[in-house]
Design a protein around this ligand. Sequence first.
Ligand SMILES: NC(=O)N[C@@H](CC(=O)O)C(=O)O
Ligand SMILES: [Zn+2]
Ligand SMILES: [Zn+2]
Length: 429
Amino acid sequence: MKLLLKGGTIIDPTQNYNQVADLLIENGLVAQIGANLSTAGAEVFDAQGLVIAPGFVDMHVHLREPGLEAKEDIASGTKAAAAGGFTTIACMPNTKPVVDQAIIVSGILHRAQLEGAVNVKVIGALSKGQQGKELAEIGDMILSGAVAISDDGSSLDNNRLFKIGLEYTSMFGCPVISHAEDESLVDEGVMHEGAVSAMLGMKGRPSVAEDIAVARDIMLAEYTDSLLHIAHVSSKGAVELIRQAKKRGVKVTAEATPHHLTLTDEAVKAFNTAAKVNPPLRSADHVAALVEGLKDGTLDAIATDHAPHAFEEKDIEFRQAPPGFAGLETALGVILTELYHTGKFTLVEIIEKMSTAPASILNIEAGSLKAGVPADIAIIDTELEWTVDSSAFYTKGKHTPFDKKILKGKAVATIVSGKFVMRKGKVCI
Ligand SMILES: NC(=O)N[C@@H](CC(=O)O)C(=O)O
Ligand SMILES: [Zn+2]
Ligand SMILES: [Zn+2]
């Protein structure tokens, strides 16, 4: 029951630890970190040249179960997570039925125990059926294990309902996660409103739709003194609103996705449905503002918004295709390639944004390698070059705007509670 990770560069943002050492796992827990630990009775994993980090936490994943298993299920989605170095993921409630009752939260947690390759946390819906008319049974869901509340998939435009939802959820110490896009401004838009949408003759989703929704959310969180988290921030206006709100002490946190941090609306130019997503990929000025916001702490976390769809659903005309694409298996490679190897971020910063920060926002035990915590670990080869091949993904969602891209950096092993769930790129559970 002992596993020794030998000679890796161990990074733990919570302890300011960043040095070559051994890490001993005993009975599923981190037992000890230090130089030349005894190998007696332990399986030894040679980690020379590799980085040992607390396993990644993805606070924004669509597992699609129950009801939408043609897109994804708990088994396939958690395998994709393991392949990407994620040891804990939180799944969104826009399933069929919507996760708006305690019994559904319990059901997902139970199935995840049986079939999950990694730890699964559940996010419950804010409104019944995500219809925006009345609150879901928020308290019961949280008491059954839900870690946050969200109507993600759509914006909740009803101000009164959002206000009482914030107040009620905050009483339990949990955040409301907002998909912030004003519906009336978004209208029938299918991509970012700008030069590229004009050229393609496509109806746009203006960035101001996001700015207005984020401003509303912040005003209500400030007024009610509640916990608010903004999902998939994509506009420069939203970044600035969150920055100012944080300065005033508003309890707001925010995430950005690998795709919004690295791609522009140019990616949809060939009517590529693999780049269709909400909120949409925007112009370069927005991308630059997101990277700056991530750097200065305005944006706390990186989350994938892994939103797989069945192949045939995405393989149609751009206007009709559903928004969203797979993200778990490319996230680390994209972030290391675009933010680490370019010198913009340190490894410690990236691990903090992908593990420690999301764990802290959801108030879950993860994101650290302190002695005594569950041994949930990502082992990373930062120098490994690889080509994205979506046909080989574990997720059922084979669409990604990163397909065929050459990336530098990859998780080569993932450990959950002291056991390998992925090794040499292959999921082993
Ligand atoms: N991001 C998306 O484009 N799609 C998500 C919904 C969402 O995250 O809002 C999905 O559930 O498919
Ligand atoms: Zn969303
Ligand atoms: Zn989402």
